[in-house]
Design a protein around this ligand. Sequence first.
Ligand code: MG
Length: 296
Amino acid sequence: MPHESYDPRFATYVMFNAPLKKLASGFDWAEGPVWMGDANCLLFSDIPGNRIMRWSPDLGLSVYRAPSNFSNGHTRDRQGRLVSCEHGGRQVTRTEWDGTISVLAHCYSGKPLNSPNDVVVHSDGSIWFSDPHYGIGTNYEGHKAEQELPCNVYRIDPDGTLEAVLTDFNCPNGLCFSPDESKLYVADTGRMFHKDPTHIRVFDMASGRPKGGAVFHVITPGAADGMRMDSEGNLWSSAGDGVHCIAPDGTLLGKILVPEIVSNICFGGRAKHQLYITATTGLYMIALNRRGVQLP
Ligand code: MG
């Protein structure tokens, strides 16, 4: 079976008869999955392919948007609109209900963002995103350019104000809030070609801004490129050998083994019980005995 268990709890999270299914392949680097329940489909980026793909259980695979400005991570806001990170445009955008695209953030202190990577939405309407340099380091996943800003985590207020909320990261990447939003988890995946830290840090959100930042868990092998939470506060993270399930106290409970390096994940399906996995050239899915915390 595609599981590796390190804690008895994990046996109740997975099902012995649920296979890891490969749904589609042929991508250069699949990333940024987001489940669109109302359209019964998954959207995800093929970053080097400069396109957003759409997969649905009844219609299969199609192209949702091309070119995509080398989009990476996606999420939905509280109104159900698609919010996207773009390497090519070095910006965060929102796709409105009529299909037009609004730019939410593109510069800070008068300098262009690096290459927004992953994004989540808080219940107060603020949008939080990481801004590492991966999309400007080469022409493979964007446009090679000079880095003008540190690799920060930013918060976009509902009034549009952009604030650098975490400024002590090497290369922030995946991020997510705990189910009650009392904690923020942010991965550091290290400088391109120099894998320094590959850990997840945890922040206290009691004051509405992140405080603390202790190392919560060290991912090995690989890195926590993308992460999502289940409804009980377990963190599911991408890794070099699959998807790791980490308890609220930082204990590794078990792994879903995937035959390609995993970039990102999201929960979907009618009960948010299906874990969709973007992994290098392929899109995978496995049904779990847990439900995801995911908007909407
Ligand atoms: Mg990422």
